[in-house]
Design a protein around this ligand. Structure first.
Ligand code: NAG
Ligand code: NAG
Ligand code: NAG
Length: 356
């Protein structure tokens, strides 16, 4: 299943690299100059191309607000009802997570197992599409949408959606798509590529991943597919976005924190160029005006996940002018007019009540 595991391979790659460099140093020290030269040639001959600027323009001109896994406070995440609600609430893009079943069907599911989001348990890779049909993705869902609930339909039983059904729905309903992909399984990559050509998704959808090799594989198959790199500051060394729960301990933790520093440095310089990515999908805690300007200079777009605070939405949409992914698409219309709402709030401070 999982193609390349950084966790397993990093110590080996590091060990082999150190051994090779030491050997060259011992045998013929000037030979060390060949290392940067060969890296440079390797990078140039294996790099991906960027997408056509027309497709990039078209895609981003229609993407301001993305429903993160649909409208996950109103309907179950990654459900058809959730995507329809996101659109009704003003999202122009839906974000979803793709996974493969045991019999190789691409479906939508965020976790590796069914435990959190359904009434069944175990890894999704152990279930066939037919077995998945028996689970209810509404079973563990609790609605926490703010505001007027009467506008929302009742939550009913839903099946795990097929990736293709969601793509067809989004194309028919003129909604952009963001595929979140976690593994570089050839089967999954091929199915995504096939959907891009079958439904001509080149200016309608983007494929994003935390894992640079997934982005690389996707673009290797079809250089026209728009791609984005998802990141947060300490992804490789901490489980959580607040960077509180380390993934490892001791020396290994230190090694992965160093990998994180290197990853972020490369991400802002080399990685998107090499991968041919067009978007940096940034965590809301790590966003800054400086980052956006820097990325713009490098020909990259920036979008941000997951923005759930109205003042923050307003800042992203109206000041930074970048698209957002949110769990609350229903709040974005108000957020866009926050300055007017505030004006109304402040009026009594400046005017007498008789003026109102
Ligand atoms: C999506 O498109 C289908 C087919 O055109 C239509 O029946 C459906 O009402 C649309 N849904 C939304 C939420 O716009
Ligand atoms: C999933 O399947 C694998 C082999 O196909 C098996 O080793 C494993 O125990 C299964 N896991 C569960 C939780 O059923
Ligand atoms: C699925 O879950 C929903 C929400 O809890 C519930 O209303 C419905 O009865 C369940 N359906 C089945 C067939 O289990």
């Amino acid at each position: 299943m999982a193609g390349f595991s950084l966790e397993e391979s990093a110590p080996k790659i590091l060990g082999v690299s150190i051994a090779v460099i030491a050997a060259i140093y011992v045998i013929y020290p000037p030979g060390l100059l060949l290392i940067p030269l060969s890296l440079f040639i390797f990078a140039y001959t294996t790099k991906n191309e960027k997408c056509s600027s027309t497709d990039v323009e078209t895609f981003f001109s229609g993407f301001k607000i993305g429903g993160h896994r649909g409208a996950p406070k109103s309907f179950p995440e990654n459900s058809m009802a959730g995507f329809a609600q996101a659109k009704a609430d003003g999202a122009d893009l839906i974000e979803f997570d793709v996974a493969l079943t045991k019999d190789g069907k691409a479906v939508l599911m965020h976790d590796d197992d069914l435990d959190r989001t359904t009434d069944m348990t175990g890894p999704i890779r152990n279930k066939t599409r037919a077995e998945l049909d028996r689970c209810n993705i509404s079973a563990t869902f609790i609605r926490t949408a703010p505001g007027d609930q009467s506008r929302l339909a009742a939550v009913v039983r839903e099946r795990v959606p097929d990736m293709e059904d969601v793509v067809r729905w989004a194309v028919e309903n003129n909604t952009r798509m963001l595929f979140d992909v976690k593994d570089s399984d050839n089967e999954l990559v091929d199915q995504i590529s096939n959907l891009f050509s079958k439904y001509n998704l080149y200016d309608k959808a983007i494929v994003c991943s935390f894992f640079p090799w997934v982005v690389y594989r996707i673009k290797r198959g079809d250089q026209k597919i728009l791609t984005g790199l998802t990141w947060r500051l300490k992804f490789w060394s901490y489980h959580d976005i607040e960077n509180i729960r380390p993934r490892y301990f001791g020396f290994k933790q230190m090694l992965f924190e160093i990998i994180d520093v290197a990853h972020v440095w490369l991400l802002k310089r080399v990685t998107p160029w090499y991968l041919g990515a067009d978007l940096l999908l940034t965590n809301n805690l790590d966003i800054s005006q400086a980052l956006i300007l820097d990325q713009k200079r490098r020909g990259m777009r920036v979008a941000v996940w997951t923005v759930n605070d109205m003042a923050e939405m307003h800042w992203m949409l109206k000041t930074l002018h970048i698209p957002i992914l949110t769990d609350y698409p229903e709040l974005t219309k108000q957020a866009a007019h926050l300055e007017e709402l505030q004006k109304i709030d402040y009026m009594p401070m400046h005017k007498s009540h008789s003026d109102l």
